[in-house]
Write a protein that binds this ligand. Structure first.
Ligand code: ZN
Length: 225
């Protein structure tokens, strides 16, 4: 069973195949964070989707303290090394690579700050964290190629998709489950996640929306074949 805990904003703590994976751990400066960085007591891999402060967040400090591998676009991992992170894996948009026994791939994302989306594949689930992005048609390819069980989609508008675009994204990606993120952290990205759920019901039939509050987790059990 995979466990996905929303830590607020685009930050996640994911347990997959016995590994603890953090994504975009923006915690100490995050008004919506459900944990303090010092409360994180294990991390094997830390993915960072791009260079903006609300995504790099506390990644380098946590990696140094816990010995986690920082994974992201090559230039970002150079910055991690310069900040004293011992284990880094610089990648780029391409195909699968292995990190700590988990398969991962970086996908395009339309945003600034040298962005990417992240595919994480274990035995228990395939997860797509879209990073910060606007809507783009190749999300359909991402869906066809990686068949994510779970898609984590930003809905805050202003910097990323709003519920309207994110519902179309869900229809292109066709995950089993879509979970909204990157909203209600600040007033500027105030959105109603139930509006996203309503639009997905209309535009992306068969996709289940799970709405979490920061600190809540969703447990995904893959159906037996
Ligand atoms: Zn950003």
């Amino acid at each position: 069973m995979a466990r996905l805990e929303w830590l607020g904003h685009a930050a996640w703590r994911i347990e997959l195949d016995g590994k603890v994976i953090l994504i975009d751990p923006f915690l100490s400066q995050n008004p919506a964070a459900s944990v303090k960085p010092e409360e994180i007591d294990r991390a094997d891999i830390i993915f960072v989707s791009h260079e903006h402060f609300d995504h790099v967040g506390d990644a380098f400090e946590i990696a140094k303290r816990l010995g986690a591998t920082v994974v992201g676009m090559y230039e970002l991992t150079v910055k991690a090394s310069e900040a004293g992170v011992e284990k880094t894996l610089g990648a780029n948009i391409g195909g699968f690579f292995d990190v700590e026994g988990i398969k991962a791939a970086l996908t395009p994302a339309h945003h600034s700050g040298n962005p990417c989306g992240i595919i994480i594949r274990g035995e228990e689930a395939t997860i797509y964290h879209a990073g910060d992005t606007g809507l783009f048609g190749d999300m359909k390819l991402i869906g066809q190629l990686y068949k994510p069980d779970i898609a984590l989609l930003p809905i805050g508008s202003l910097f990323t998709m709003s519920p309207t675009e994110a519902a179309v994204a869900a229809s292109l990606i066709k995950p089993k489950v879509a979970i909204p993120m990157h909203y209600n952290t600040f007033d500027a990205i105030k959105q109603d996640p139930n509006e996203f759920a309503r639009l997905v019901r209309r535009k992306a039939k068969g996709v289940k929306v799970v709405v979490l509050n920061p600190g809540e987790a969703y447990e995904y059990q893959r159906k037996k074949r």
